[in-house]
Design a binder for this molecule. Structure first.
Ligand SMILES: C[S@@+](CC[C@H](N)C(=O)[O-])C[C@H]1O[C@@H](n2cnc3c(N)ncnc32)[C@H](O)[C@@H]1O
Length: 224
């Protein structure tokens, strides 16, 4: 069973732990956020309201803001201390605790979720996916990025990362089952993050390798 890690305890060390775990891949702090948002931009051009679900300390938020300058951006997380950090760094963005999301009036046109599901206890994953469904506007887009359990390097990184202690990774078929059962129409999936940015020629072929289950992560895109 996935052990619930309390991210309140990692607000000060999150960035440095992540940097240490991924240093052979890249030393650029923004690389992963920019990479994921580049993919997201291909599925949703100009959403009015965006929610980052499980935004943590808000590492992806500045990249969402840059990619979507005309959108209103919201962030949510169960870690209140992480939200406090995210708020300080992104004062123009609205952050709400996940427990408040059901009573939040907003229906979002795009929900972005990155590296969150493996932190949700297995028994809660279906309900969390239903909450995402309820929070999305009709016709809205959901994109979820997750660690790829078929990639040995990903598994190695996860096994030595203090904030990944006890997590259970999800295969794409398991994530897609939650998404389908919550009521979403599944649109596409793809594997990503195959090569480090210092191999730019290989980076260029990554979009053609979406089918190959060897990327460091994968994404699932669904609509309502
Ligand atoms: C590895 S961090 C990822 C943070 C951010 N998405 C990023 O890419 O930097 C996982 C985050 O998911 C949050 N989380 C875990 N379970 C959650 C849940 N049920 N609802 C909302 N957030 C959750 C954690 O508190 C943590 O901030």
């Amino acid at each position: 069973m996935t052990e619930e890690v309390n991210f309140d305890e990692f607000t000060e060390t999150y960035n440095s732990l992540l940097k240490e775990q991924t240093k052979l891949f890249t030393s650029d702090d923004g690389y992963f956020a920019q990479y994921k948002i580049n993919i997201t931009k291909t599925i949703s051009e100009n959403p009015a309201k965006i929610l980052e679900f499980g935004c943590g300390i808000g590492r992806n938020i500045p990249f969402l803001k840059e990619a979507y300058p005309n959108s209103t951006i919201f962030g949510t997380d169960i870690s209140i201390e992480s939200l406090d950090v995210a708020k300080k760094l992104n004062p123009q963005v609205q952050f709400v605790a996940t427990s408040e999301l059901p009573s939040c009036e907003s229906h979002f046109d795009l929900i972005f979720v990155a590296s969150v599901y493996h932190h949700i206890p297995c028994s809660q994953r279906a309900n969390v996916t239903k909450l995402l469904y309820q929070s999305l506007a009709p016709g809205g887009q959901l994109i979820i990025f997750e660690h790829n359990p078929y990639n040995p390097v990903t598994r190695k990184i996860v096994s030595s990362c203090p904030f990944d202690k006890g997590v259970i990774l999800l295969a794409p078929r398991t994530l897609k089952k939650y998404v389908r059962e919550a009521g979403f129409d599944l649109y596409r999936q793809g594997f990503c993050l195959f090569f480090p940015p210092w191999l730019p020629l290989l980076n260029n072929i990554e979009p053609y390798l979406k089918w190959l289950p060897l990327g460091g992560q994968y994404w699932v895109h669904a609509t309502k």
